[in-house]
Design a protein around this ligand. Structure first.
Ligand code: HEM
Length: 222
């Protein structure tokens, strides 16, 4: 569980970095880019055999992480069913650590919507508008993103999904390293700090993407 978690964390870093290319288009920065930087980066990720294979590994990683998560939750529930002699209430654990399964389920539901909106039209149905840079034709995922984020309900669902991810990571990041055997207090508090920093930066950037497009801070040139 810890290994798949750390693998998914590394995916998030790449994903947020690549998607953050849309901020090159901030209206007061460089609107002339018109999604070129992001489209080229997204095209690269889908155009080599290595990245396509990594995509398969990624889906397998998500699946494994979800199965392991539910298995651990079921085990914990059956243990809790046996009861403690003295009830601990919420002492000894945080709300986040006790809610990892429900947060994971919210992220899973978010992912189903997300994959249907972007990955399926880009990789399966291939029904996105095309754009050409230096003679190379590619999907205009930037335009797709803009269209998706014009719907207030979708923007709201994204923010809920990213909030669930944030709470999941706030506990999951350092917990993964603890499961891998890091028990030293000094290193653990260092990892906690790193985890909080990572979570805030990554989730804030993810949240800003639908917000920036909805509020027209980032928009395609007409
Ligand atoms: C909220 C801001 C986000 C935006 C704007 C965004 C955008 C995108 C786009 C455009 C794609 C399609 C890439 C392609 O087909 O070339 C994609 C794919 C994907 N996204 Fe996101 N994403 C966001 C957040 C997330 C989060 C939080 C997760 C995970 C929890 C995630 C997981 C995935 C996965 C698994 C894929 C399919 C694999 C891939 O194409 O890399 N995304 N995303």
């Amino acid at each position: 569980m810890a290994l798949t978690g750390i693998f998914l964390i590394s995916f998030l870093l790449v994903h947020v970095g690549l998607n953050a290319c849309i901020f090159a288009d901030l209206n007061w920065l460089n609107p002339a880019d018109n999604g070129e930087m992001f489209n080229k980066a997204a095209h690269f990720m889908g155009s080599t055999i290595v990245t396509r294979l990594l995509e398969l590994v990624l889906f397998a990683g998500f699946l494994l992480h979800i199965i392991q998560g539910y298995a651990i939750e079921a085990k914990n529930r059956s243990r809790r069913g046996q009861g403690y002699k003295v009830s601990m209430g919420s002492r000894g654990s945080t709300w986040m650590s006790r809610s990892m399964a429900i947060l994971g389920t919210l992220i899973f539901l978010y992912l189903v919507m997300h994959i249907a909106q972007f990955w399926v039209p880009s990789r399966i149905t291939k029904d996105l508008q095309e754009v050409t840079y230096n003679g190379v034709e590619m999907h205009n995922l930037y335009l797709r993103m803009y269209e998706v984020f014009q719907q207030p309900v979708v923007v709201l669902l994204y923010l809920v999904g990213v909030a669930a991810l944030a709470f999941h990571l706030l506990h999951g990041f350092h917990s993964a390293f603890r499961s891998m055997g890091v028990h030293n207090k000094k290193y653990l508090s260092l990892l906690k700090g790193l985890g909080y920093g990572f979570t805030v930066i990554v989730c804030l950037l993810f949240a800003l993407m639908p917000i920036a497009m909805y509020l027209q801070w980032v928009s395609p040139n007409s």
